[in-house]
Design a protein around this ligand. Structure first.
Ligand code: TYM
Length: 336
C-alpha cells in the first residue's frame, strides 16, 4: 500500500489485537482470518494494541515476550508487510494523544454502560483503574486516526465499535468532516466462538481452565484432546438446537473452518454420534493451524527481522495518524 498515492477505489480496513497472552481459535475465526482475506481487496492497517493490555497488570518480561510473539503470529497467519501496514500501537504516540482529545468528547455515562468494562471490573475488582474505564476511547482513537472504513472484529467488539462511531459523528457534527465513520466487519460464521467447557461464555485466553480454549500454537495432540473433552449434551444428535450450546459451538467452528453450512454439517454427521463429530472438528482445526505453527517458528527465531518489520510499519502508520491528529487538533483550536 502506498499511503501517498492511495487509490479512491480501495477502502481502508483497520484492526488491532491485544498481546495479552496466547492467541486463540476465537481470535482467529472471529477476526484474524478476515484480516488475512481483506488484504486482497482493502488497504489494511493492523496493530498489536499493547497500550490496551496494561489495563490489566502485566509482568514486564512476559509482556515484552507476548508483544514479540503476537507480531510473529500475525506474520505466520499470512499478514504481508509488503501489502499491509503492521505495527505496535505504542510506537505511534498519536494513539495516546488522540485518545486524550476524544476523551473530552465522550460522556462518563456512555463509558459506564460498556459491558466489557462491567465484566472486567468484576473480574479484576482489586484494580478497577481509569484506563479500564476509558479503554473504548483509546480504541476509537486507534480506528479514527486512520480514517478506517471497515473494522474486522469478532462480535464481542461491536459495542466498542458503536461508541467509536458515536464519537466520530459527534466530533464531525461540531467541526465538519474530520473522521470517517467506521463500519464493523463481522464474519457470518465464527463471530463468537464459545468456551469448550462452558459454551455459554466466549472462548478466552484468560479462562483459567486450559481445556476451555484452543491456542493457535497448541500441538495437534492438545487440540484433539480438548475437542474430545468439549462439553456437549446427552442427545447424541449433531444438529443446531436450543439448549445445545456445546454442539452449536462445534458446528460453528467446523462451519467457519470448512465453509460448509450447518445444514450440510448436519447431513454429514447424520446417524453418527458425537465421538466421530468431535474427531472431525479436531482434525479440521489441526489442519487449519498446522501451517501457522510451522511459519511461526521461523518468524519468532529472527527477532531483528521481526523488529525491522514492525518499526517500518510504525513509520508508515505515524504519517497517516499524524495527519488526522493535526487536523482534529487544529479544528478544536490548538495552535498545532
Ligand atoms: P482482543 O485482543 O480481545 O481480540 C482480538 C480480536 O479477536 C476477536 N475475538 C473473538 N472472536 C470470536 N470469538 C471469540 N471467542 C473471540 N475472542 C476474541 C475480538 O472480537 C477481536 O476482534 N479491544 C480489542 C483490541 C483493539 C481493537 C482496536 C480492535 C484495540 N483497538 C481498534 C479493533 C479496532 C480487543 O481487546 O480485542
Amino acid at each position: 500500500m502506498n499511503e501517498t498515492t492511495e487509490t479512491a477505489t480501495r477502502k481502508r480496513a483497520l484492526s488491532c489485537i491485544q498481546p495479552s497472552g496466547a492467541l486463540t481459535l476465537g481470535n482467529y475465526l472471529g477476526a484474524l482470518k478476515n484480516w488475512v482475506q481483506m488484504q486482497d481487496d482493502f488497504d489494511c492497517i493492523y496493530s498489536v494494541a499493547d497500550l490496551h493490555t496494561i489495563t490489566v497488570r502485566q509482568e514486564p518480561a512476559k509482556f515484552r515476550a507476548q508483544i514479540y510473539s503476537t507480531c510473529a503470529l500475525l506474520l505466520a497467519i499470512g499478514l504481508d508487510p509488503a501489502r499491509s501496514i503492521l505495527f505496535v500501537q505504542s510506537d505511534v504516540p498519536a494513539h495516546a494523544q488522540l485518545s486524550w482529545v476524544l476523551g473530552c468528547y465522550t460522556q462518563f455515562g456512555e463509558m459506564s454502560r460498556m459491558t466489557q468494562f462491567k465484566d472486567k471490573s468484576a473480574r479484576h475488582a482489586e484494580n478497577v483503574n481509569v484506563g479500564l474505564f476509558s479503554y473504548p476511547v483509546l480504541m476509537a482513537a486507534d480506528i479514527l486516526l486512520y480514517q478506517a472504513d471497515f473494522v474486522p472484529v469478532g462480535a464481542d467488539q461491536k459495542q466498542h465499535l458503536e461508541i467509536a462511531r458515536d464519537i466520530a459523528v459527534r466530533f464531525n457534527g461540531l467541526y465538519g468532516d474530520v473522521f470517517t465513520v467506521p463500519e464493523p466487519y463481522i464474519p457470518t460464521t465464527g463471530a463468537s466462538v464459545k468456551s469448550l467447557q462452558d459454551p455459554t461464555k466466549k472462548m478466552s485466553k484468560s479462562d483459567e481452565n486450559p481445556n476451555a480454549w484452543i491456542a493457535l500454537l497448541d500441538t495437534p495432540e492438545d487440540i484433539m484432546r480438548k475437542c474430545k473433552r468439549a462439553v456437549t449434551d446427552s442427545q447424541a444428535r449433531v444438529c443446531i438446537g436450543e439448549g445445545k450450546d456445546g454442539v452449536n459451538n462445534l458446528i460453528g467452528i467446523y462451519s467457519a473452518l470448512t465453509g460448509r453450512t450447518p445444514a450440510q454439517i448436519e447431513a454429514e454427521f447424520d446417524g453418527q454420534g458425537y465421538g466421530v463429530f468431535k474427531q472431525r472438528v479436531g482434525e479440521a482445526i489441526v489442519e487449519a493451524l498446522r501451517p501457522i505453527r510451522e511459519r511461526y517458528a521461523d518468524y519468532i527465531a529472527d527477532k531483528a527481522e521481526l523488529e525491522a518489520i514492525y518499526r517500518a510499519g510504525a513509520e508508515r502508520a505515524a504519517k497517516i495518524a499524524g495527519r488526522t491528529l493535526g487536523k482534529a487538533m487544529r479544528k478544536i483550536g490548538f495552535a498545532f
